[in-house]
Unconditional design. Structure first.
Length: 406
């Protein structure tokens, strides 16, 4: 029998997503349109989210999709059957209409087969991904203008619990704890977390940082912060989200970095990732598993550059176990916290100013990267992050899994 969390937990979860996570931590307003996207394996939370939107006076555009499993795997079927024309087809009028219509997007992830596309040549997957770049740009422009918000949440599935080495009950226990669904008022708890994250961001923004030095086993990496950058955290874009992140100037990335956590991406698994950067670009990439997919991903336009650098203070996060899901693994806590890099698209929310007044030439000058991909890769090993300040002095800002701002 398929596990379903309690109705109380589901209603709290849905209320948190609709009345906190969307709208940049403010929730939706009456009359706004919310596109709710989920596979049918997440139907209980999908239904609760729709009800939460209606209770808040919003309108739902329902997008419930068939899950990929042993009985029905339409994602794999498409890649096996599609011609080149079908692979690269972009239904422009449809997606333009969707972007124009919606005010918010609520994505519910629930992976019923984490290896659904393992047999598909990575080149085909990345070509399909690249065809969606116009959609990425339209959504980014609307978000920059403050007229669109989104959030991502996880609905636990037995297949992912098995990947993580947990029972489905224990897997959901991590979700319930991470999202404060065990509290009568999860929204209030998240506002407390937001206050603590904002303190870390203010500390980092107050430092005149020129470069960052990341040191760990198998890692000796330099990052250049760049002009007009700010540190961001929370804001409801993911639930849960304990991380503090920025988008560095990709051109100043130098050195080597290795990652301890596997990456579940594009229906496949990549493990043991190690990268070397020279003059901002990946010049060497390896993986114990999934190296072909890693290399094909990096070959995608703009995906050989850093788009994000993130740190999580282990004292904040309630996630204590590997979850085989990037949303959770990039927010894991414990004694060492975590750090992650994203290859590909930069996050323009990290620009310290009004992004609507920045043209494409200026984004390029500032070193904000554009790409159809944004792939987070996580490490939970012990690490130290040192800031090189503009007067030449150094300051350790992160060690032993925590920010050193107190």
């Amino acid at each position: 029998m398929t596990y379903v969390p309690s109705g109380e937990h589901l209603e709290r979860y849905a209320n948190l997503l609709v009345n906190f996570a969307l709208g940049g931590g403010q929730g939706i307003r009456a009359g706004e349109v919310v596109r709710v996207i989920a596979p049918d394996s997440a139907k209980p939370l999908f239904a609760a989210a729709c009800r939460a939107v209606w209770r808040a006076g919003g309108h739902v555009i329902a997008d419930l999709r068939a899950s990929d499993d042993q009985h029905c795997n339409l994602s794999r079927d498409f890649f096996e059957l599609a011609s080149d024309e079908q692979l690269e087809h972009f239904p422009e009028r449809y997606w333009r209409g969707v972007i124009d219509e919606v005010d918010h997007a609520l994505h519910i992830d629930s992976v019923s087969d984490p290896h659904a596309l393992a047999s598909i040549p990575p080149e085909r997957i990345m070509r399909r991904r690249a065809s969606m770049l116009p959609l990425v740009r339209w959504q980014q422009a609307k978000e920059d203008a403050g007229r669109f918000s989104w959030t991502i949440a996880l609905y636990g599935h037995e297949a992912m619990a098995a990947e993580a080495g947990l029972s489905i009950e224990d897997y959901w226990g991590q979700i319930i704890a991470a999202c404060f669904l065990d509290d009568p008022d999860p929204v209030a708890r998240w506002r407390e977390i937001e206050t603590q994250i904002a303190r870390h961001c203010s500390f980092l923004d107050s430092l005149p940082i020129e470069r960052l030095h990341l040191e760990a086993e198998g890692t000796d990496l330099w990052l250049t912060l760049g002009e007009r950058r700010r540190w961001i955290g929370g804001g409801g874009r993911n639930i849960p989200s304990y991380e503090v992140f920025t988008s560095p100037d990709w051109r100043g990335t130098e050195g080597t970095v290795s990652f301890s956590e596997p990456v579940y991406v594009y229906g496949s698994l990549i493990e043991g990732v190690a990268l070397e950067f020279r003059e901002g670009r990946v010049v060497r990439a390896s993986a114990r598993r999934g190296e072909e997919l890693l290399r094909e991903m990096i070959a995608t336009a703009g995906a050989d550059r850093v788009g994000e650098f993130s740190l999580t203070d282990g004292r904040l996060s309630r996630i204590t176990h590997f979850m085989a899901d990037t949303l959770y693994d990039e927010n894991t806590g414990g004694p060492r916290g975590n750090t992650h890099l994203a290859l590909g698209r930069s996050l323009r929310v990290c620009y310290a100013g009004d992004p609507t007044k920045v043209g494409e030439d200026e984004w390029e000058r500032l070193g904000f990267n554009e790409s159809s991909v944004h792939t987070d890769i996580v490490s939970t090993t012990e690490r130290t992050v040192t800031a090189l300040l503009d007067d030449g002095t150094r300051r350790v800002i992160y060690a032993d899994g925590r920010f050193l701002d107190d």
